[in-house]
Design a protein around this ligand. Structure first.
Ligand SMILES: NC(=O)c1ccc[n+]([C@@H]2O[C@H](COP(=O)([O-])OP(=O)(O)OC[C@H]3O[C@@H](n4cnc5c(N)ncnc54)[C@H](O)[C@@H]3O)[C@@H](O)[C@H]2O)c1
Ligand SMILES: O=c1ccn([C@@H]2O[C@H](COP(=O)(O)OP(=O)(O)O[C@H]3O[C@H](CO)[C@H](O)[C@H](O)[C@H]3O)[C@@H](O)[C@H]2O)c(=O)[nH]1
Length: 331
């Protein structure tokens, strides 16, 4: 059987494609290249450039797989909280409507297993950390709402038909493949660790902290950073679980502890040896103060055993990849 990875030319999806190939799986990637790069797709994966909402592109991908596809890992989507506040239509179209079209196409093709990339942004301002999966979902951004709507839609579709659906709610994904095969290369990505690494390498004039008046230990927002390799391992376990007949689940993916924006910047400065300029600015629209995972369910249900739970490891791997990207652009 083969696995369809949507968004496999992007950050997390490319790591997933490598992990599946490492396990001997056959992989086909469907990605529009809106943000990702064809060179991020592992050479051993098959690749179709196209939109997940385009039934013909999906058909081409399923055809190219060469074997029946039994699972789709759906990473493709739009990912920026502030952009979603400015352009909500894009988020409802590309995250919610496109997911519906994809799942209808997958069902028609007889694919039984779906893993959906959801987010901690579905919770909104949680009030007390850590947050577990039963907490009310009250997103503060169109991005979070677009993902929550997709979750609900998938649950209804899975309930009505013979579809098994695993929803993984990622907290803040960071770092890069320890073997240096892929990393965060997405055009225009504004994620904190990536921006900090770019500033450390002199690719930016510095970094602006969005908000210093949050109710946290140093006034900057706090996030639960999860290494991308641990996250794709959770997907691999989730895939085995669904294939073994589990009807479905919704699970937090995070380590259960947070670092503030200032602490994260401090780690990148320490590891890079670069004291890049840091400015302060107002809060970013759609942002929340803090979100940290209660991860007891994923540990128990999937037997997930993260191995990179360390901000220095995450920052070191992110920096190593950013250096590689720089060399690539210079050659
Ligand atoms: N990065 C994070 O911290 C984080 C946290 C929570 C959830 N997520 C979710 O994980 C998924 C992957 O995120 P990422 O950080 O790898 O993002 P990314 O932007 O690096 O990758 C997304 C990929 O999807 C492709 N794409 C976008 N819309 C498409 C469409 N309609 N059809 C086909 N391809 C399309 C892009 O070209 C890109 O290669 C997203 O769904 C995102 O919402 C990410
Ligand atoms: O240059 C920057 C970039 C970010 N930040 C701050 O750093 C924190 C983290 O911001 P990111 O943009 O790195 O990540 P978000 O928490 O906004 O969102 C990320 O994690 C979420 C889950 O928690 C989502 O799923 C989303 O896709 C993903 O981008 C925020 O307080 C943000 O304001 C800065 O201060 N300066």
């Amino acid at each position: 059987m083969a696995v369809l990875v949507t968004g496999g030319a992007g950050y997390i999806g490319s790591h997933m494609a490598w992990r599946l190939l490492d396990a001997g799986e056959r992989v086909v990637v469907l990605d529009s290249l809106e943000g990702g790069h064809a060179w991020s797709v592992p050479p051993a994966a098959r690749f179709v450039q196209g939109d997940v909402a385009d039934g013909q592109a999906l058909a081409r991908a399923l055809d190219l797989a060469g074997e029946p596809v039994d699972a789709v890992l759906h990473f493709a989507g739009s990912v920026s909280v502030p952009e979603s506040v400015e352009r909500p239509e894009k988020y409802y179209r590309n995250n919610t409507c496109a997911t519906l079209a994809l799942v209808e196409g997958c069902r028609a093709a007889g694919i039984a297993n779906v893993i959906f990339s959801s987010t901690a942004a579905v919770y909104g301002e949680v009030g007390s950390d850590p947050v577990d999966e039963s907490a009310p979902a009250l997103p503060t951004s169109p991005y979070g709402t677009s993902k929550l709507m997709s979750e609900r839609m998938l649950a209804d579709i899975a309930g009505a038909h013979s579809l098994r659906c695993g929803v993984l709610r990622y907290f803040n994904v960071a770092g890069a493949d320890p073997q240096g095969r892929t990393g965060h290369s997405t055009r225009g990505a504004g994620h904190l660790l990536k921006v900090a690494c770019e500033a450390a390498l002199g690719l930016r004039d510095g970094l602006t902290i969005h908000g210093t008046d949050y109710p946290t230990r140093d006034g900057t927002a706090e996030r639960d950073f999860i290494h991308v390799t641990d996250l794709v391992e959770a997907h691999y376990l989730a895939l085995q679980q669904l294939r073994a007949g589990d009807a479905g689940f919704t699970l937090n993916c995070g380590y259960g502890r947070g670092y503030t924006v200032l602490e994260t910047i401090g780690a990148v400065k320490r590891l890079s040896g670069s004291d890049f300029p840091v400015h302060t600015g107002p809060r970013r629209p759609g942002d929340i103060a803090s979100v940290i995972a209660d991860n007891r369910q994923i540990l128990a249900r999937l037997g997930w055993a993260p191995v990179h739970d360390d901000i220095d490891t995450i920052a070191a791997h992110a920096l190593a990849w950013e250096r590689k990207l720089l060399q690539r652009s210079e050659s």
